[in-house]
Design a protein around this ligand. Structure first.
Ligand SMILES: Nc1nc2c(c(=O)[nH]1)N[C@H]1C(S)=C(S)[C@@H](COP(=O)(O)O)O[C@H]1N2
Ligand SMILES: [Mo]
Length: 306
């Protein structure tokens, strides 16, 4: 697997968060600037970003990334999010960050974008259903946001919640999931430098169907961990309840690290179909990010903790 390494993964990350990132993976000098604007007449929400840690694999076309979606708040079919999210209003928007921290706060999306250094990160995304894409996100490390609220020693997990807006999200009228959509990470997973809060896609603000205005991206986990349209992030003591795990605990574990050796009860996870390709390809442990994240799970039985 070819991966470019950007200077954002520094020795500070290693010492600050006790992460083991191989020194040979650190490289300097890769930087670029991208500017993206909205159509004339819309509120200014320009994203300036540098290029960060990315795969060199060919990105999936934007047309596919924005038309083949899972976002059950708008319906269960792949075309529903693009077709039925037109009434959804992702701006203005605030996110509440609270729980076991010294400085809980509520922050507006534009302030969040201004206050954080944005990067383009091109990540593979592997859906638990057996398909994958390569997606150029724009965002910032979740750890920057979490650090800003000063987690206390009680914080061991992070819980995330999607907005509840049945009037704009027709799928919330159906009991497909116990709304609002919820997800969670262990604190060290949330603080990992690869864990991203995305605010953009292909250099522009996130389209509604991809989780506007703010969604989580955890590239070594199945796509459903990447909760969309987030309104609340809470530091908590105990492992939080998550939407898919609550619905079908035997099928969707809390960890949900991509693992070709652990099949879904109803299908194999050994291979995947990259959208736009014909032949299936092998699925890689941790979606190919094991070099950077496997140490988070040292000593754990990954078949039990699926
Ligand atoms: N709130 C919310 N977040 C969600 C989902 C959802 O239905 N609701 N679907 C998940 C699933 S299963 C996947 S594969 C990804 C899809 O992200 P994409 O549509 O941007 O490719 O979003 C995840 N985040
Ligand atoms: Mo998914």
């Amino acid at each position: 697997m070819l991966i470019r390494h950007a200077p954002d993964l520094t020795d500070n990350d290693v010492t600050d968060h006790g992460l083991y990132l191989k020194r040979r993976t650190l490289m300097t000098g890769l930087a670029g600037v991208g500017l993206a604007g909205l159509a004339a007449g819309e509120a200014r929400a320009d994203l300036s970003f540098t290029k960060g840690f990315s795969t060199t694999e060919k990105a999936t076309p934007k047309e596919d990334i924005t038309s083949y979606n899972n976002f059950y708040e708008f319906g269960v079919d792949k075309g529903d999010p693009a077709e039925k999210s037109g009434r959804f209003k992702p701006r203005p928007w605030t996110v509440r960050i609270d729980g076991a921290c010294e400085a809980p706060r509520t922050v507006g999306i534009e302030d969040l974008i201004k206050a954080n250094k944005l990067e383009e990160r091109i990540y593979r995304m592997r859906c638990v259903e057996g398909w994958s894409m390569v997606i150029p996100w724009v965002g910032f490390p979740l750890k920057d946001l979490l650090t800003s609220v000063k987690p206390t020693s009680k914080a061991r997990f992070v819980a995330f919640e999607t907005v509840m807006r049945p009037s704009e999200m027709p799928g919330q009228a159906w009991n497909t999931l116990d709304w609002p959509y919820r997800e969670g990470l262990r604190l060290d997973e949330a603080m990992h430098p690869l864990t991203l809060m995305a605010v953009g896609l292909y250099g522009d603000v996130l389209p509604n169907q991809n989780g506007a205005p703010l969604r989580l991206v955890v590239p070594w986990k199945y796509g459903f961990k990447g909760i969309k349209s987030i309104v609340r992030i809470s530091l908590v003591e105990n492992q939080p309840v998550t939407a898919w795990n609550k619905l079908a605990p035997r099928e969707y574990g809390f960890y949900s690290n991509v693992n070709p050796a652990v099949d879904h009860p109803r299908w194999s996870q050994a291979t995947e179909r990259r959208i736009g390709e014909f032949r299936r390809r092998d699925t890689l442990p941790f979606n190919g990010y094991g070099e950077w994240v496997a140490d988070l799970y040292r000593g754990m039985d990954l078949k039990k903790n699926f």
